[in-house]
Structures are given as structure tokens and as C-alpha cells.
Design a protein around this ligand. Structure first.
Ligand code: GLC
Length: 717
């Protein structure tokens, strides 16, 4: 439909039809297909007549169901304005990929883009038009359960992943949404939802506007620059104002400064919750504040429905504000081609071919293998040898609960477990499987059997971690260690057999200092998704090489949190030549450093870095070169990380900032010179006047295989 036709359609709409477009409800308002509630349910007074004008639905899918709902809806729609169908496709639709914090550890934006493209295709043929993804909230606190959905603590990397996911979902910008198998993407949660005080879910966010601009906003902006069609508001306050009604955020930054003219949707009942925040007295206030702040769609609360008409009738709000919001929603429906084809790509036949296809499962296995991070490999206990007598034991050894939260259509019944994979791989004869029923209890009988088996095994592989509902939304934890029963099991097994490998399934960085001492091998598998079990077995037996690197610091203990690599020096930094000095920034009872730093991950081989050279080129670039050598016994992939420190600034500057990375595969004994060129603009930072620019002065350029092990060279620019 041409733009003029849209404005003509808007002119023909009644007030009620306009208000209906602003309302989103769950699919079960329209279908007996039970849809999963992903937030608190509250009463509503929607009538059958209201449902005829509702503009969008969330959490309904399936080609047949979607087509049926659309058909029945349009039959009653006076102006034939199609419904929008939205859903949380966070790390796959039915083929489930590793959780985003795991995918991020692959350091492969192209791979992440491919997983988003697959998720979009499976969703689109199943009738979905919009995904509430990517979640790009920067995180520094593993107590918060939703770190699982983020890509970690670095603004540069988060921005890269934001771009890759938007392009994976929507296709390339120029033809976005016309291509088969695309979805409109919705970047969330705007803004800074990842910084709740105490890591406690839905808690207050407090930070300076400069910090917001420096670290928290870049990834949302990257999603916008990639053409994202929707933005979702967050539950938290920003500078004392709930994000959903925050005009500085939504009108000034998002729409005016960044030029976003897409759809702004509230998070689930986030509008009504402005009353709990104490910034609106009632739904009437909420409706006024939200429309003035530019919120177009209200998800699963009903302030607009209940109050907007009164406010418009009384002249408290202008019809133009309402028309703006409605036109943005109609424009999105038009870009999706829904007016011409309300079913879009929904197709039962295609659904059977494409969803959970063998090809998609293969990518899921690859993504899982390249997201897994090897944290310890003492005495090279890994890889296992297929002739070794290995005991596989634990709460997750035969668990199909490895998809993680937000794996909506992912089906544990069709998810292979590690035990099933081991049994299927006849080549591995000498394995024994010992299931522990629960991560929270090890019974006497289980322990007795475990100790007996461990005594006679060459090696013991313990598979355990969190249950799926211990991370994700509404899953903050104040104690981020493994469950006590697991820590005790590790310690008891170590007493009879020290040759232990611990494989972890979890959605957040755990505090692992205690168990890391008790084991020789430590593997972070995250919630690895559909292909996770096979990926883990392949990594353990060396059929696949561990190459993942964490993008969020793992603390020694929760008392260190928030903990992140790009921190400041402080006025009293530790003097490593005088560790006795009391009056410096440190703890009495733990080191400042994380147990495993940002960018850390081992391989089955080793890499050496030498000859770092840095120079300013004639065309005002910074050219860095380093030689990386594979000094181990096996081929392997290294993620070469480039960091910069600006030694002097108008505001304090971090000791390190990731500015680039290169993946390199090297056969054993081979070396390669890697070079990376930076533009001076990449040295920019947010000054006190909130503008981004770079200063001349002294810089340190660093390179290494993680944020702690780096070569460094100074350069004055
Ligand atoms: C939830 C989440 C949000 C999700 C939405 C719809 O509360 O905060 O990320 O997209 O509701 O399920």
C-alpha cells in the first residue's frame, strides 16, 4: 500500500478503531491454542467488540492457527486492517540455539546472524511477523537472571551482535521484510534494564546520563542503525523516571536524536506499572504520560483502552498524537506486506519442511560447539580418549532440560541428552552413566553408587549446573554458586578420584572458585540448545575444538559483583610492587580480579603472542600487527583481541576497551602475523557535554587471547 493510501485509511478509521491498534493481547484472547503467559495476568474489560479492533497479538504461532485467527479476525474487521502477530523468538523458534550469552562466546557475529535468520524462517512460516529480539541490555551483574539473554559486558561487542541479529531477522536493510522468511525485529529493553541495583530483577537503575550514553545506549543505537523496526520499553526507571514514560529517553534520544520512526511497544504491563513506580496516580495518568512519551502499543495492560478516549474527548491529548502512533503501526503492517497478504509466509507445508529441519539442527550443533568455553584443563585431562573408562555422572547427564529459558517452541522431548549421544556413539565403549535425579539433592544411594563407580573409572565427568528456571526473567539469585549438593558431590568424588571434569549447564556466570580447585577440567556449556549434547560430547572427545571465550566476567565470589573488565583505575589502584599497602582499592578477603576474565577461554592447544607493533599511518589510521603462534600439539582457533587504553581524558577512562578482534585458525607449530587497523574515531568517548569525540594524547594498544593476558605498546597520538 502506498503511504498516501495509509493516511487515507487512517482518515477513515473511527476513534475506537484507532485505539484498538494500540492494544496488544496474548493469543488466547483469539484462539483456544493455549499461549504461554510471559508476565503477570491482570483483569481487563475487553469485550468481543473490542477484540475486533485489537491491533496485535503476542505468543500465538503455528501456520494453521495463525491463518485461522487472521481469517476470523479480518472477517469481522470493517476496514480489513490485519493483525500483527508477535512472539519471543530469543535464541531460536523450535530449533533452539545456545542462549545469547553462549552464542556471544563464539565471537562470531556472522554465525549469530545465521541463527537469527534460521529462527526467523521457522517463525515466519509458522505465522509470526515480529520477534521481541534482540535483547541488547549491557550486563555487569550475574545475580540478574536475564544476563542469559544478553551478549555480555562490552558495549562494542554488544553493538556488533545487535546489528547481526537485526540483519539476521529482517534481512538486509534495503529489502527488509519483503524477503521470504524474515521477521520484523524489536530491540529491547530500552533502556539499561541490565543494571538493576543488587542484580535484583525489576529493581531500580541508577547511573549518570554520561554512563548511559557511554556504555548502555550504543547497542540499542546499533540495532536502530541496522534498521530495527520496533523498540520495547523497559520496566526500570532511568534517572528516576520509568523508562516507559520517560520523554527524555523516548522522545528526545530515541525519536529526535536517533531519528527512530518505528513502533515503540511497552513491555508486558510496563505501562500500568508506572502507577506502582509512583509517577502516575492512575491509568488515566499512565495513558497521558505514555502517549506523550511516544509509546505506540500497550502490551497486556489496558490503560490506553480504558482512558485514552476520555483524555482525547476532554482535549487533554491531541488527536495528532494518537494518529502518529496509529500511523506507525499501520506502516509496520504495510512494510510486512500484510495488507496485500495477511498470511504473509504462514504455510503449513513449508512449516513441516523447514521447522526443526536437519540442516537447522546441524547449525544448532555447530553453534553449540563454538559457544562452549573451556575454563580449565589441568594436566591436559581433556580431550578424553575413547579407550578410557569414563564415568559420566550428574543431574544433567541425561537431562533434556538444556534448552534454557525463552526456548518457547523448543521441545525437550526432541532434545537429545548427553547419555543418549554417548550410547549412540558405539565408538565410545568404556563409558558408564550414573544419573543424579536432582541438582539439589544427592541421595545416600546415589552417592554410594557414584563413589563406587568413580573409584574404578579412569576419569569422571560430572554434568550439572542450574535448572532452566534458575536463570532468565524473574530469576535473580543472591548466591551464584552451584547448588550445595553439587559442590559436595564434586568434593566427595574428588576424594576417590581426582581426575574430574566438570561440565556446567547454566544461564549466568557462576561463582566457581571452590569447585575450580576440586576439578582438573572445567567446561562452560551454557544452556546449549537442541544440538548441545552432541556438541559437548564432540568437544570432550576432541572431535570438535573448544574455541569459545566468555563475554562476561566470572567472579571469584558474588561479593565482587558488579565486576567487569573495562573498569577504571581509581585514585588508589593496587600497586603490584607493594601488595602490603593497605590504603588502596581492594578487599581484605578476595583479589580484585575475576576468576575468569572477559575474553577468556582455553583451547586444546596453546598460543603465543609476540612482536606487537603499533604505528600511526599516513592516512590517519592506527595500524597494529602481532605474530600469533600455535605452540601446542593440536590445531586450534584463537580469538585475537585488541584492546585500547586512553591514558588521559576529560573524564576517567577505562583501563581497557575492546576495539576489535580477529579469529585465526593455526595448525600446530604454525605462526601468522595478524594486523588490525583502527580509525581514530574508534578512540572516541562521551565527554561531559554528552558528545562523542576523541582526544589527542597517550594511548596503550594491547593484544592477547583474553583481557588479562596482553602485550602492550604505548603510542602518542
Ligand atoms: C516479558 C519480557 C520481555 C518479553 C515480553 C513478552 O515480561 O520482559 O522481554 O518480550 O514480556 O513476552
Amino acid at each position: 500500500m502506498e503511504k498516501e493510501q495509509l493516511t487515507q485509511l487512517l482518515r477513515e478509521m473511527t476513534r475506537n478503531e484507532k485505539l484498538g491498534q494500540l492494544q496488544q493481547v496474548t493469543g488466547d484472547f483469539f484462539s483456544d491454542e493455549l499461549t504461554e503467559a510471559t508476565g503477570p495476568l491482570s483483569g481487563n474489560n475487553l469485550t468481543e467488540e473490542d477484540l475486533v479492533t485489537v491491533g496485535s497479538v503476542l505468543s500465538l504461532s503455528g501456520a494453521a492457527a495463525a491463518k485461522k485467527v487472521q481469517r476470523e479476525y479480518l472477517a469481522k474487521s470493517r476496514l480489513k486492517i490485519p493483525l500483527l502477530l508477535m512472539a519471543d523468538i530469543i535464541h531460536g523458534y523450535r530449533t533452539i540455539f545456545p542462549i545469547p550469552l553462549g552464542l556471544a562466546a563464539s565471537w562470531q557475529p556472522e554465525l549469530v546472524k545465521e541463527t537469527a535468520r534460521i529462527a526467523a524462517e521457522e517463525s515466519a512460516v509458522s505465522g509470526i511477523h515480529v520477534t521481541f529480539s534482540p535483547m541488547v541490555d549491557l550486563v555487569r551483574d550475574p545475580r540478574w537472571g536475564r544476563v542469559l539473554e544478553s551478549t555480555g559486558e562490552d558495549p562494542y561487542l554488544n553493538a556488533l551482535y545487535a546489528k547481526s541479529m537485526v540483519e539476521g531477522y529482517q534481512g538486509e536493510q534495503k529489502t527488509a521484510l519483503q524477503e521470504y522468511g524474515t521477521l520484523a525485529a524489536c530491540v529491547k529493553h530500552f533502556a539499561a534494564y541490565g543494571a538493576p541495583e543488587g542484580g535484583r530483577e525489576y529493581n531500580t537503575v541508577n547511573m549518570s546520563e554520561r554512563e548511559l550514553h557511554e556504555n548502555y545506549l550504543p547497542a540499542y543505537k546499533a540495532a536502530l542503525d541496522a534498521g530495527v523496526k520496533l523498540v520495547m520499553t523497559s520496566f526500570n526507571t532511568v534517572d528516576g523516571i520509568p523508562a516507559t514514560v520517560n520523554k527524555q529517553l523516548n522522545r528526545e534520544i530515541l525519536r529526535k536524536d536517533w531519528g527512530f520512526d518505528g513502533v515503540l511497544i511497552s513491555d508486558w504491563s510496563a505501562m500500568k506499572e508506572v502507577i506502582h513506580h509512583g509517577v502516575a496516580a492512575d491509568e488515566r495518568d499512565v495513558a497521558q504520560l505514555s502517549l506523550e512519551a511516544g509509546v505506540d502499543i500497550e502490551m497486556m495492560s489496558f490503560c490506553y483502552h480504558n482512558e485514552l478516549n476520555h483524555l482525547l474527548e476532554e482535549g487533554m491529548l491531541s488527536e495528532e498524537l494518537l494518529d502518529e502512533a496509529v500511523l506507525r503501526i499501520l506502516t509496520l503492517k504495510n512494510e510486512l506486506g500484510l495488507f496485500e497478504n495477511p498470511d504473509r509466509f504462514a504455510d503449513e507445508k513449508k512449516e513441516k519442511e523447514v521447522v526443526f529441519s536437519t540442516k537447522h539442527q546441524e547449525i544448532a550443533r555447530k553453534a553449540a560447539a563454538e559457544s562452549i568455553v573451556l575454563l580449565e584443563n589441568k594436566e591436559e585431562i581433556l580431550p578424553l580418549n575413547k579407550n578410557e573408562n569414563v564415568l559420566f555422572i550428574g543431574s544433567h547427564v541425561n537431562s533434556s532440560e538444556i534448552l534454557g529459558t525463552w526456548s518457547w517452541k523448543g521441545n525437550p522431548e526432541e532434545t537429545k541428552t548427553v547419555a543418549e549421544i554417548l550410547k549412540a556413539k558405539q565408538a565410545i565403549e568404556q563409558t558408564q552413566i550414573c544419573e543424579i535425579a536432582s541438582p539439589f539433592v544427592v541421595t545416600e544411594t546415589e552417592l554410594e553408587k557414584a563413589l563406587e563407580l568413580a573409584k574404578h573409572a579412569d576419569k569422571v565427568v560430572i554434568l550439572t549446573g542450574e535448572t532452566v528456571d534458575m536463570s532468565g526473567e524473574a530469576s535473580s539469585r543472591s548466591d551464584i554458586r552451584l547448588p550445595k549438593a553439587q559442590r559436595e558431590l564434586v568434593s566427595r568424588l574428588r576424594a576417590v578420584n581426582p581426575r574430574i571434569v566438570l561440565v556446567l549447564f547454566n544461564g549466568r556466570p557462576l561463582a566457581l572458585e571452590e569447585v575450580s580447585r576440586d576439578v582438573q577440567g572445567l567446561v562452560e556449556a551454557w544452556f546449549p540448545g537442541t544440538g548441545g549434547a552432541e556438541a559437548i560430547v564432540n568437544i570432550l572427545y576432541g572431535k570438535a575444538m573448544p574455541q569459545g571465550k566468555i563475554t562476561m566476567s566470572f567472579p571469584r565470589n558474588v561479593g565482587q559483583v558488579p565486576l567487569y573488565y573495562n573498569h577504571f583505575n581509581t585514585g588508589r589502584p593496587i600497586d603490584h610492587n607493594n601488595l602490603e599497602n593497605k590504603y588502596v582499592s581492594k578487599y581484605l578477603d578476595v583479589e580484585n580480579t575475576p576468576l575468569y576474565p572477559f575474553g577468556y577461554g582455553l583451547s586444546y592447544t596453546t598460543f603465543a603472542y609476540k612482536d606487537l607493533q603499533v604505528e600511526k599511518t599516513v592516512n590517519n589510521k592506527i595500524l597494529c600487527k602481532v605474530t600469533v603462534e600455535n605452540t601446542g600439539k593440536r590445531a586450534g582457533t584463537e580469538i585475537v583481541q585488541w584492546y585500547v587504553r586512553d591514558k588521559m581524558g576529560q573524564v576517567v577512562r577505562p583501563l581497557q576497551e575492546l576495539k576489535g578482534f580477529d579469529r585465526v585458525f593455526l595448525e600446530k607449530g604454525r605462526a601468522q602475523t595478524i594486523q588490525h587497523e583502527f580509525d581514530l574515531s574508534e578512540l572516541a568517548y562521551v565527554h561531559t557535554n554528552l558528545t562523542r569525540s576523541w582526544d589527542t594524547g597517550e594511548f596503550v594498544f594491547m593484544v592477547g587471547g583474553n583481557s588479562e593476558a596482553v602485550l602492550a605498546v604505548n603510542l602518542t597520538i
